[in-house]
Ligand binder design. Structure first.
Ligand code: PEP
Ligand code: MN
Length: 264
């Protein structure tokens, strides 16, 4: 099988440990600008800026994303920070719009990874584009579903691939929003040697406290980066208010992590 390309070969100037940060949801141009300016002021500019434009909510009745309009606001990120951007895509239309607006990297969310039809549809929409794709683990602890989604991307010729470990839901154990399940082979070595796995402590912990601890564990475990939800006013965020951190707190977290190379 043709190998996949590692993050350093995506042509975006990214390296590992890859730091991805930005709000759970894009809310307004003012919000995006404030986050960018604070990231700059706090020396907390990530390598890749994330923002949810389409939000697959578990239950109806909460903010479901600003939609295509939000893709235009990503220019604000380019203007202030001059870094690449990533958004979640949940169907073929999202994928087409992300490409149309020049999104640099797309990611597939945990609620989409569980659905091979949706994943295949996204793969077809991205075919021929060369866009890097990051695939979050499915909600449930099923490594085959996770790998299957990566394989579907690869099968249409998308070879810039990475995985995101965001934890697994558990009906009984509520210590985490989504359990990290460190004992599972989340390195995904069965798919491709060298598949990079980025940890998402925000969706694992579900609250601000504990993000540093999970981030450090992920680095000790040998994972290849962190995606941390960051908002200038987390308490008033339109989604995931409890788990987002300010750019200042992001800087403190990053300064506290020991990024030393893991032991072989
Ligand atoms: C998100 O990244 O905001 C998100 C919805 O994540 P997940 O798919 O991991 O739940
Ligand atoms: Mn979120």
């Amino acid at each position: 099988m043709k190998p996949h390309k590692q993050i350093k070969d995506w042509g975006l100037g990214l390296t590992t440990p890859l730091i991805i940060a930005g709000p759970c949801s894009a809310e307004s141009p003012e919000q995006i600008e404030k986050i960018c300016l604070e990231m700059k002021a706090e020396n907390a500019v990530p390598q890749l800026f994330r923002a949810g434009i389409w939000k697959p909510r578990t239950r109806p009745g909460s903010f479901e994303g600003i939609g295509e309009e939000g893709l235009k606001w990503m220019e604000i990120v380019r203007h202030h920070l001059n870094i690449p951007i990533t958004v979640e895509v949940g169907n073929a239309t999202h994928a087409e719009l992300a490409l149309k607006h020049g999104v640099d990297v797309v990611w597939i969310g945990a609620r989409t990874t569980v659905n091979p039809f949706a994943v295949q549809e996204i793969a077809e929409a991205l075919r021929g584009s060369d866009v890097p794709v990051m695939v979050k683990n499915p909600m449930n602890p099923d490594l085959d579903l996770w790998m299957g989604a990566l394989e579907r991307m690869h099968a249409v010729g998308l070879d810039k691939l990475a995985a995101i470990h965001r934890g697994f839901s558990d009906a009984y154990d509520k210590r985490f929003r989504n359990k990290p399940n460190w004992s599972m082979p989340i390195h995904l070595k069965r798919v491709w040697t060298g598949m990079e796995v980025i940890n998402d402590p925000s969706h694992i912990v579900g609250k601000r406290d504990g993000i540093l601890d999970i981030s450090q564990r992920a680095m000790n475990f040998g994972l290849d980066g962190l995606m941390i939800e960051t908002h200038h006013d987390p308490d008033n965020a339109w989604s995931d208010a409890k788990q987002q951190v300010t750019p200042k707190a992001l800087r403190e977290i990053l300064n506290s992590i020991d990024f030393k190379e893991p032991l072989e």
